[in-house]
Design a protein around this ligand. Structure first.
Ligand code: HGY
Ligand code: MN
Ligand code: MN
Length: 419
């Protein structure tokens, strides 16, 4: 068994097989409203089963860890060498797209399959990791699986309860996990050589600029808040305006404030109110309570901190003016992560070997890579999102761009194996 490093321009991915597998996964959980492979749902489990089959066909030994992460592994020529890890996620946001996460998983499996088809054995073992609940739609605890691998779980993860009242303890077994053994999912830095992830950009820069490849320079920080506004439910027809304690008007003022903090005030890069629950949500009742989700993102952690100060100050101001109670609870603060220069260079070299032009760019989206970077050097490859659209049914990346990304991922693996 050769342990020589393999020339990094010597193996090609199978573009039609890659796109066929991606299309097949894209049918699992698809509805007229978009992709519904929300973590722990039946479509999520079906998608997991599909990729397990592809991993086994590619010659990987497949296991599921205590966090429900699916881990496929092929041994290398140097038994004691640390593993090179490729990965991403198959769970989606509700009404999401068919490429976010899925491309990185299918491409990672295709890379391993292509090396096997070429009859080659790398020096390093290769692991493909499919991480649980990257989106955090379930339990509002994102990067759940990758943070377990990195040893970054917090008390709130163990205590997590879904909106339907189910506990994470009860639901984790649905994806093969076991919360009481979560510590076993943690990997030591000496076990791993590096982590490489292919992902769609989910933004407009590559597609608008006509660049086939993006070398990610850093991954954004993200702060999330649960806001609970309590006013007084009352009759919509008989209650004079001056007597109202209207939770909905307060929520509307706070939502506009979030846009102002990121927009005209430029305190932080972006701010979003993505979810809102109105109680009792009846047209002829002044809402007595509104619960909303707020998030800010920025590479600069000090900007996230400044946005929180402004959010809390504004909430107090609105509570006083509208005579309501507003509770702002921080849910989770995810630090931004820079990608090391040598890891950026690895991806740039891999793109050059594929004869593909690239630009360097930061990621405005969060990724499992920002968790795994805590225990091993990480790098990301981006491919264009048509129109910059993502987290929506219109999310689209062309088959050629998907194949380009997978080839760059393969080249990066071969380069990393030789270094
Ligand atoms: O929300 C994000 O940034 C990622 O898509 N989970
Ligand atoms: Mn993603
Ligand atoms: Mn996503």
């Amino acid at each position: 068994m050769s342990t020589q490093s393999i020339p990094s321009d010597s193996i090609a991915i199978n573009a039609s097989r890659l796109n066929d597998h991606l299309a097949a996964l894209g049918q699992i959980g698809i509805t007229e409203a978009g992709m519904q492979r929300v973590a722990f749902s039946a479509p999520d489990v079906a998608g997991r089963d599909y990729v397990v089959g592809l991993m086994a066909a590619a010659g990987m030994a497949v296991r599921v860890d205590a966090a429900g992460n699916i881990i496929g592994r092929v041994e290398g020529g140097e038994a004691s060498a640390p593993a090179i890890v490729l990965g991403s996620h198959t769970d989606t946001v509700p009404a999401g797209g068919q490429y976010d996460g899925a491309l990185g998983v299918i491409a990672a499996i295709e890379v391993v399959q292509a090396v096997a088809d070429a009859g080659q054995t790398l020096r390093h073992p290769v692991e493909v990791m499919v991480f649980t609940n990257e989106e955090g739609t379930s339990f509002h605890r994102w990067l759940l699986g990758s943070r377990a691998v990195a040893g970054l779980w917090e008390s709130e993860d163990f205590a997590a309860v879904a909106d339907d009242g189910a506990t994470l303890t009860a639901r984790l077994p649905d994806v093969g996990g076991n919360i009481s053994r979560i510590a076993e999912a943690r990997r030591r830095p000496d076990e791993l050589a590096c982590y490489l992830e292919l992902h769609i950009e989910q933004g407009p820069l590559l597609h608008r600029g006509g660049f086939p490849i993006g070398v990610v320079t850093g991954i954004t920080g993200r702060s999330m808040y649960h806001v609970d506004i309590v006013g007084e439910a009352n009759h919509a027809g008989t209650t004079p305006m001056a007597m109202r304690r209207d939770a909905m008007s307060s929520a509307a003022r706070l939502a506009l404030a979030v846009r102002r903090i990121a927009g005209e005030m430029e305190v932080v890069r972006v701010g979003t109110v993505g979810s809102m629950e109105v109680h009792p949500n009846a047209g002829n009742v002044i809402p007595g309570r509104v619960q909303m989700g707020v998030e800010f993102r920025d590479e600069r952690m000090e900007s996230l901190a400044a946005a929180e100060v402004e959010l809390r100050r504004t909430a107090e101001e609105i509570a006083h003016a509208e005579n309501v109670a507003i509770a702002v609870t921080a849910q989770r603060n995810t630090p931004s992560v820079p990608i090391a220069g040598n890891m950026q260079q690895l991806i740039a070299d891999a793109a050059q070997l594929a004869g593909l032009e690239h630009i360097n760019l930061p990621s405005g989206a969060g990724h499992d890579a920002q968790a795994i970077a805590a225990i091993t050097p990480a790098a990301m490859v981006f491919v264009p999102s048509v129109g910059g659209i993502s987290h929506a049914p219109a999310e689209y990346t062309t088959p050629a761009d998907c194949a380009n990304g997978a080839q760059v991922l393969l080249n990066a693996l071969l380069l990393a194996d030789g270094r």
